[in-house]
Design a protein around this ligand. Structure first.
Ligand SMILES: *Cc1c(COP(=O)(O)O)cnc(C)c1O
Length: 433
């Protein structure tokens, strides 16, 4: 399998090269030359396969011969070494809980898979790799955790000061070792811009081996397909496939779901759930795509003003607006509605949503109200304990802190403060050589 750049100005590369580079030299996103098909036999008999068997079948064609099968099998098994339960909330709506991994968010899957692939690829090389990531919340923790202690790989994380939750911040600032957190006095979009500038800077890239771990990296993006298949295993009414609603920011997660669908996974319809950052909902209404500055919301991991994976979604649908619109709907949910949803769903169904999941729940409910014969699930992308202030205030319910988080709370935050200024980032990175 080869990957080409969506800007079409760079040579095609293997999975190995795409994983190491992150982005193509022409700054485009990598996309597989063909979307592989899952055999219909696997779909029809999905319950007779283990999670690891399914995951291996899904990812193997994308990896090709760049990782030996036995190694890939081990990587896959370690990646999905926790539960992905589909939990019934009411007659129409289930939650696919993706928060049972080590940092309590879905990004654990992509980060664990990518770190292990990159760790495999840099083995025996004498040049150190630096993974550079901008995070609006959950990416940082998942990447830090996934890469912690991986030989030959340094991780540098940029996050917007004061705009991530306490637990999110602790998850990325307390590990140490090969993980450094840069606390940027600005917004997520500033962090992302600084990272992009670093990749484009010739002096930096000639001196350091830089790569990204954002969802643009194929090794983070593609394994996110796994849990859509795991959900289908648990879906009761196989004759009536689910509507799938994905709380979206950079649109990597929903784009993986669309890849799974393009490979043959039965899905009735997709709903992209957005907060006030409504670029995609407006696009689907008007046909005009207008990136904006991100605004801060309660669901902060979705505060993205120019979702980088959207070009991949367009590619899946051959840039045909009408075909895309038939399969994808999108809604924008305000913070007020998010709060109301957390409170109502807790009262009515005794289910505690986090703010991202609440945006997902309400968007799915809206779609199902317009399509009463259908049922679906939304992705509960983070554990509510990651946002205790908002969730406890709104629900009036004290959240029990999972064991994995308790240890964090007593740890000391260590970060390096920085202005949203590329020259400062560059000077820092050069100093790490
Ligand atoms: C990252 C994140 C999202 C958005 O995912 P994208 O792939 O960027 O669309 C949603 N919810 C949570 C909790 C996240 O961490």
């Amino acid at each position: 399998m080869l990957y080409y750049s969506l800007n079409n100005q760079s040579p095609k590369v293997s999975f190995r090269e795409a994983t190491i580079a992150g982005q193509a030299p022409d700054k485009g996103l990598y996309f597989p030359e063909v979307i592989p098909s899952i055999s219909q036999d696997v779909i029809q008999n999905i319950n007779s396969y283990s999670k690891a068997e399914i995951a291996l079948k899904v990812i193997q064609p994308y990896v090709g011969d760049t990782i030996p099968e036995a190694v890939l099998k081990r990587i896959v098994e370690e990646t999905i070494d926790f539960e992905f339960p589909l939990v019934k909330i009411n007659d129409k709506i289930d939650a696919l809980e993706l928060f049972h991994g080590p940092t309590l968010a879905f990004k654990d899957v992509g980060a664990r898979f990518m770190s292990r692939c990159l760790g495999y690829f840099v083995q025996g090389q004498n040049k150190k790799v630096t993974v550079l990531v901008a995070t609006s919340g959950d990416t940082g923790g998942a990447v830090a955790n996934g890469f912690y202690g991986v030989d030959g790989v340094d991780v540098v994380i940029l996050y917007p000061s004061g705009k991530v939750s306490n637990i999110q911040e602790l998850q990325l600032t307390t590990l140490g070792k090969n993980v450094t957190a840069l606390e940027i006095n600005g917004r997520f979009d500033d962090c992302q811009r600084m990272v992009k500038q670093a990749f484009a800077d010739q002096e930096l890239t000639s001196q350091l081996f830089l790569t990204s771990a954002n969802s643009i990296n194929v090794a983070r993006w593609l394994p996110q397909q796994f849990y859509y298949f795991f959900a289908y295993q648990q879906w009761q009414d196989k004759g009536n496939p689910p509507v799938i609603c994905v709380p979206s920011g950079n649109f990597g997660n929903i784009c993986a779901g669309l890849m799974a669908y393009a490979s043959g996974l039965p899905v009735k319809h997709f709903v992209a759930a957005c907060n006030a950052n409504d670029i995609v909902p407006s696009y689907l209404q008007t046909g005009n795509y207008h990136p904006k500055e991100a605004v801060a919301t309660l669901s902060n991991a979705m505060d993205v003003g120019n979702p980088s994976n959207f070009v991949r979604i367009l590619q899946i649908f051959n840039n045909e607006f009408h075909t895309l619109k038939e399969k994808l709907s999108s809604y924008s949910v305000t913070d007020e509605e998010t709060e109301q949803t957390i409170s109502e769903v807790y009262k009515e169904f005794n289910y505690l949503l986090d703010p991202h999941g609440a945006v997902g729940y309400l968007s799915l409910e809206r779609y199902l109200n317009e399509h009463p014969a259908q049922k679906g699930y939304f992705l509960e992308t983070a554990h509510p304990v990651k946002f205790p202030d908002a969730v406890e205030r709104i629900s009036g319910h004290k959240i029990e802190v999972p064991q994995s988080v308790q240890g964090l709370l007593s740890k000391q935050k260590i970060s390096i403060s920085m202005e949203p200024d590329f020259d400062q980032l560059k000077a820092y990175l050069l100093s790490t050589r």
